[in-house]
Write a protein that binds this ligand. Structure first.
Ligand SMILES: Cc1cc2nc3c(=O)[nH]c(=O)nc-3n(C[C@H](O)[C@H](O)[C@H](O)COP(=O)(O)OP(=O)(O)OC[C@H]3O[C@@H](n4cnc5c(N)ncnc54)[C@H](O)[C@@H]3O)c2cc1C
Length: 409
């Protein structure tokens, strides 16, 4: 039986350690924080969206095609049902929301219960869990990792599993440094990039902080007149410095990429019909309801708090009636509801993303075992891999599945 060393006591590392020890290996897990699963504890706002409901095929469709292709064997070997079966066995009851997101039953500290369950499982099969231990370097070179550097000492092993997570929320222990070490050892990597993060705007509207736009679509264009690059249907909330909410998080990675490419422009379509259709209906309303206030019409589509400032933006009086609306102003009004300009994004902060995109290049990893190609004793799993799913439990599931594969030694 092998001596296995797992680095990182998050979702992927805990599962990898438990799995390897259940197969009879002697397993040591090293975690930099004083306690395990710090990011898991804050996931889902402390409620922990453990996974997503549905058949593996549907879960895979949430990821980009190369990521889905890579994840398939690991997910099929340890899918959402398998994760939930384990948790249920440990007394964590779960439920799926209408949108497919699976959570522990609403109780205070429900995310903590998930960590406790994995900790119990790992201890139950004899994993030596060591917290407060930060690995500071890797010893060796391809094809063999000789050991790990800890503060002032070193640790050897037969197989090493790196489960050190991404590079966002560094206060949770994930500083992303292991990716740099792997890169310097010749492992193909993609640089960390923010994902699922709030988007700061070049010209934020702090007065609108807390206002939500609902049931529309956030669209990213390559510049004001540029083509549409991506869009995400969902709510958006204004913050002091920009925008947040589901649609902003989902578009953040592409927005940052477009910004780096030199042309990014964000708009929110509160009404998703084409402008011509909305314009035709507004013209119809001018005939049937000529005394309706322009402000009242706008308020049907956008929150009240935005009406006054937006009318000011396009130079219209609040008391203006539809019958007195000139053509150019009508077009401007239609544009507000079909493509409310949010403007250019500022750099999206890596630290505030729910995940970090980038990581170990998937082509360098065997998708069945998470073994690094060209190495005989080194495996990687979890967010350290170049995998980033959408919000909805997909990222934790990817960490659990790849952790299980890495621990299947
Ligand atoms: C605010 C927030 C909310 C989220 N909510 C959800 C959600 O509800 N559902 C979902 O699916 N995903 C969610 N995610 C994403 C999800 O938490 C991560 O994708 C997942 O935790 C990744 O698991 P991991 O094991 O790879 O990394 P982590 O869970 O981050 O664990 C990595 C561990 O490695 C340790 N480590 C790092 N470097 C070293 C080192 N050198 N030496 C020793 N230890 C080290 C770290 O301290 C850390 O504990 C959320 C993320 C954030 C930030």
């Amino acid at each position: 039986m092998a001596k296995v060393v797992v680095v990182g006591g998050g979702a992927a590392g805990l599962v990898a350690a438990w799995r390897a020890a259940s197969l009879g290996h002697g397993v040591t897990l090293l975690e930099a924080n004083g306690r395990l699963g710090v990011k898991l504890r804050i996931s889902g706002g402390g409620k922990c969206n453990i996974t997503h409901d549905g058949p593996p095929k549907l879960l895979l469709e949430a990821f980009s095609r190369p990521q889905a292709r890579f994840l398939k064997p690991a997910l099929l070997a340890f899918d959402n049902e398998a994760v939930l079966t384990l948790l249920h066995r440990e007394g964590v009851e779960t439920y799926a929301r209408d949108n497919g997101r699976v959570f522990p039953l609403d109780r205070p500290g429900s995310a903590t219960a998930v960590v406790a369950a994995f900790e119990t499982l790992a201890r139950g099969v004899g994993v030596d869990l060591r917290t407060g231990v930060r690995v500071t370097g890797l010893l060796g070179q391809a094809p063999h990792l000789g050991g790990l550097v800890l503060d002032g000492t070193r640790i050897s092993g037969d197989v090493f599993i790196l489960a050190t997570g991404g590079a966002s929320y560094p206060e949770t222990g994930t500083r992303g440094e292991v990716l740099g070490w792997l890169k310097s050892l010749g492992v193909p990597t993609r640089p960390w990039c923010p994902a699922l993060a709030p988007i700061p705007l070049l010209r934020p509207r702090p007065a609108w902080e807390g206002v939500s736009l609902r049931a529309g679509e956030l669209r990213l264009h390559a510049g004001v007149e540029g083509r549409r690059l991506t869009a995400f249907a969902g709510d958006l909330v204004f913050t002091k410095t920009g925008i947040s909410g589901p649609s902003a998080l989902e578009v953040s990675q592409a927005a940052e990429q477009a910004r780096r490419d030199g042309a990014a422009w964000l708009v929110y379509a509160a009404v998703m019909e084409p402008p011509e259709t909305v314009d035709a209906s507004l013209q119809g309303e001018q005939q049937t309801n000529p005394r309706l206030l322009v402000a009242t019409w706008l308020q049907r589509h956008l929150p009240e708090r935005l009406v006054e400032p937006l009318l000011q933006d396009i130079g219209l009086e609040r008391s203006l009636m539809l019958k007195d609306l000139p053509k150019a102003a009508r077009k401007a009004l239609v544009a507000l509801v079909t493509a409310l300009p949010l403007g250019e994004p500022h750099p999206v902060p890596l630290a505030r993303g729910e995940v970090a995109a980038g990581g170990v290049d998937l082509r360098a990893v065997d998708p069945k075992t998470m073994a690094l190609r060209g190495w005989d004793n080194l495996r990687v799993c979890g967010e350290l891999l170049d995998i980033d799913g959408p919000v909805g439990g997909y990222n934790l599931q990817a960490a659990f599945s790849t952790g299980y594969a890495a621990g299947s030694i």
